[in-house]
Design a protein around this ligand. Structure first.
Ligand code: PEP
Ligand code: CO
Length: 404
C-alpha cells in the first residue's frame, strides 16, 4: 500500500517541488533577488560529478549492503572553502584506513570522502552568544562565515557560487590522485542542490553536486522539503538515524525515498550514541528486515557521542566511539544483517579535538581547528581503522555465518 502511494507521489515530483513544503535548517536570505541571481548562475555551471560515477557507486553500495564490500566514509564535519584545497592529507589517511580494512576483511573498501560540498550545516541553536554579543550561528561556508561579526554571520546566497567553485577545485585535485574516492555531503542547502539537478542519459534526474548525498538527523521530517527533493533524484542516499527514529516512521521514509526497493539506493547511517544504540537499533533492524527492505547499515559513532569539556569545547572520547561501534556490530550480527560500513569525522591533520589515552582533555586547545564538530586526527583515524579491522575480522561478528 505504501509502495503504491509513494510511486503515485513520484509522478508529481519536479526539481523545485520541495519549495511548497516546510523546510527546516534553511538560511533566511535577506535579499530574494540576490538569491534568484545566485540560483540562475548556479544553473549555468557545469555538473560537478557525472552520472556514470554516481551509478557506479550505487552498485558498490549495494555490495556493501549485502556484506560483500565495506563503506569507509570520512572527512571534516564542516569543510572550509579555500583557494587551493589540500585534499592530500585527509585522502592519504583514508587510503591507509582502507588498506587496513581490506587486509582484515579481504573485501573491497569503498572510500567516500566528506568533501567537495560538505559546506552547509544543520545547527541546534539559532543564535550564538559570545562576549555579550548575540549573532546568528555559523551554518557552513556555503551559507555564512565562521568569523563572529554581524557581516560574517549574514547568510549570503553568493556563497553558493563560491561553494561550487571550491568543490570543482577539490574534485579536480581528487582526479589528479592515483586513488580516487567518491564524494558525499549532507543535502541540506536545497537551493544549491536543486540547481545541481541534471537529467541522466537514461531519463530521470540526479544531483550533480556529489555522488552520495545524505539526509541529516534534523531534516528527515515526514512531509518535509528535504525528503521531497531527495525522493526524486537517482543518487544513492544516506539517512542519518538518531535515537528518536521510530520503526514505522523509518519504513514510511524508506518507501518514500525508495519505492522500488532498489539495491544500493538507501544506506542507513546509525548515530544513536553508545548509551542509546542498544535501546533503539535492534527494533529498527528487525522491522526493516521483516519488511524485506534492502538497505545498508553503517555506523556513525561520532554524532551521538559529543560532549563538552569544563572549558566549553566540544569533544568526543575514542573509547566511547569504540563502544558504540562494538554494540552496532553485535546488534547487527545478532540480527543476521551485515555491517555495511563506518562513517567518521576525521582529518589528515594532527589536530587535538578528540580525547584518547594519549591525548588528554587538557590538551584539546592546542590545535583545535574544526569549524564545527571535533574530528579524529591522522593518528587517531588510522588507529581507529586498525581497531575496527580487529573487530571485523573476529568470528563473533561474522554476519555471513549468522545469516539465515
Ligand atoms: C554531520 O554528519 O555532520 C551531522 C550534522 O550529522 P547528523 O545529522 O547525524 O547530526
Ligand atoms: Co558533524
Amino acid at each position: 500500500m505504501l509502495n503504491t502511494a509513494s510511486s503515485r507521489i513520484t509522478e508529481h515530483w519536479t526539481p523545485d517541488s520541495w519549495r511548497s513544503l516546510p523546510a527546516s535548517q534553511l538560511p533566511r536570505y535577506a535579499d530574494p533577488d540576490e538569491l534568484a541571481r545566485a540560483e540562475h548562475a548556479l544553473l549555468r555551471r557545469p555538473p560537478l560529478v557525472p552520472y556514470d560515477e554516481v551509478f557506479a557507486l550505487e552498485t558498490r553500495l549495494a555490495a556493501a549492503a549485502r556484506g560483500d564490500a565495506f563503506l569507509l566514509q570520512g572527512g571534516d564535519c564542516a569543510e572550509r572553502i579555500t583557494p587551493e584545497p589540500a585534499v592530500g592529507p585527509t585522502c592519504n589517511v583514508l587510503d591507509r584506513m582502507a588498506d587496513i580494512l581490506v587486509a582484515a576483511t579481504s573485501q573491497p573498501v569503498v572510500v567516500v570522502a566528506r568533501m567537495a560540498g560538505q559546506l552547509a550545516k544543520p545547527r541546534s541553536d539559532v543564535v550564538e552568544h559570545r562576549d555579550g554579543l548575540d549573532l546568528p550561528v555559523y551554518r557552513g561556508d556555503a551559507i555564512n562565515d565562521l568569523a563572529f561579526t554581524p557581516a560574517g554571520r549574514l547568510a549570503d546566497p553568493r556563497r553558493m557560487l563560491l561553494a561550487h567553485e571550491h568543490s570543482a577545485r577539490v574534485l579536480a585535485a581528487l582526479r589528479r590522485r592515483a586513488r580516487r574516492p567518491f564524494v558525499c555531503h549532507e543535502a541540506l542547502l536545497l537551493p544549491y542542490e536543486e540547481a545541481s539537478c541534471r537529467p541522466t542519459p537514461a531519463g530521470g534526474w540526479y544531483l550533480s553536486s556529489a555522488h552520495f548525498l545524505w539526509l541529516g538527523d534534523r531534516t528527515r521530517q515526514r512531509g518535509g522539503a528535504h525528503i521531497e527533493l531527495l525522493r526524486g533524484i537517482l543518487n544513492p542516499i544516506g539517512i542519518k538515524l538518531g535515537p528518536t527514529t521510530e520503526p514505522d516512521e523509518l519504513v514510511r521514509l524508506a518507501h518514500a525515498l525508495d519505492p522500488t526497493n532498489r539495491p544500493g539506493r538507501l544506506t542507513f547511517i546509525v548515530r544513536m550514541g553508545a548509551s542509546g544504540i542498544q535501546t533503539h537499533l535492534p527494533s529498527l533492524v528487525r522491522r526493516i528486515r521483516r519488511e524485506g527492505l534492502q538497505v545498508g547499515w553503517v555506523s556513525d559513532p561520532m554524532h551521538g557521542n559529543t560532549v563538552r569539556t569544563d572549558t566549553g569545547l566540544k569533544t568526543r572520547h575514542v573509547a566511547t566511539l569504540r563502544s558504540e561501534v562494538r554494540l552496532f556490530l553485535q546488534i547487527l550480527a545478532a540480527e543476521g544483517v551485515p555491517a555495511a560500513g563506518i562513517h567518521l569525522e576525521m582529518t589528515g591533520d594532527r589536530v587535538t579535538e578528540c580525547v584518547d589515552a594519549s591525548l588528554h582533555e587538557h590538551r584539546l586547545h592546542e590545535r583545535y581547528t574544526t569549524a564545527c564538530d571535533p574530528r579524529l586526527n591522522d593518528h587517531q583515524a588510522i588507529a581507529f581503522a586498525a581497531w575496527l579491522a580487529t573487530q571485523l575480522s573476529r568470528g563473533s561478528y561474522s554476519q555471513k555465518e549468522t545469516q539465515p
